[in-house]
Write a protein that binds this ligand. Sequence first.
Ligand SMILES: [Zn+2]
Length: 440
Amino acid sequence: MNNLKINSAFLVHKQYKKITFAAKYTKDYFSICGINMKFIKKYFLFYQTYILLIGLIMSTNILAQDARFTVVLDAGHGGHDPGAIGSISREKDINLSVVLDLGAMIEKNYKDVKVVYTRKTDKYLTLQERADIVNNNHASLFICIHTNASQSSSAYGAETFTLGLAKSKANLDVAMRENSVILLEKDYKTKYKGFDPASVDSYIMFEFMQDKYIDKSIDFSSIIQKQFVSYSRRSDRGVRQAGFWVLHRSACPSVLVELGFISNPAEERFLASDRGQNEMATAIFNAFVDFKRSHDKMSGRPTTHVSKIEKPVNFEEPLKNETLQNVINLPVENELVSESKLKNIEVVSLDNVFNKPVYKIQLFATTKTLKPNSSEFKGLKNTEYFVEGGLKKYTIGSETDYAEIEKVRKDVLSKFPQAFIIVFVGTKKISVKEALTITK
Ligand SMILES: [Zn+2]
């Protein structure tokens, strides 16, 4: 040990000797060449200061980049790409309104967060351009907002996706529909390196993708879904995975929200309304509060104390033409409905608010409280219930068009031969005959 110390001390001494010799030699050399040593010294001093300054600027820049939490908000579609089209609204407009509401909430509450929008107006961007914005801004979080659509008008509810290999056809369908905007680009085959959004085979690539942010993305998705249920009273379709191009290049936790179905008349009205858009944005904002807090904690930074937005006192008050009071709050998947929750629930869909008859299919009535995935529904999804005569009456479908509800009934008859059509206007159940005379 001692020998080692002596050896290294000797080495340092040797190096020092070499350097002083070199310095002396250089000085002599310059003197010989007639170069003024003072000038050389000045030049080196200037050079040193320059290097120091550059270093300082660079390091403060890096620090600033690190200190600022950047969230990129992406309103899906835009410009000549309208996204899904409903009967009274377009997906691109709903997405943008929710993004602008959400961005304003974050900007107002967080001084230490930089909000970057992929678009703030009705303009078209390719998926690659959106992904580039995320990486060029060294984003800490990426949130894409979309609105769902389905062939069946009875599908409804909100879901949040993270990147992954779709485990069901339904999930793959959503990704294929959202990725299909790639086809609007002329040179998509070279630009997207052979990825064909319409070919199932292309999606295999997502199976082998290593995503080190997946846990954080899933955590954030679950908080969003919880907020959709508790704040916006949406039906929870859960956290899902599928191969979305826009998510796969981003080097940060990334989620894609499907707010609800534009193809469902009741849900479209909710999503097209200012109130609905604000409620969806608030739910995502509240989830952001949780995400940011745990991000600060994990990175050892002082936490910014921001509270979640509480429901306004008059939240339950019916607003003219827009009340959500009677929307049934479907229980969260895998959660038992408590008796107390059921007691105050009368009836059912948002369409009732508009005093239009809403047709549903009653499947059966029971005293039992069933989970949404209960085997008694024989695999049917998105069932609802209302309480009448002390019984829970379970229904499926929600249509303002009689012909449409007939189709739903035909679809379920093999499983529930006794299923029949019922109608609500407002909170009142009326007969089908009455309803048909109203709509005539
Ligand atoms: Zn979309």
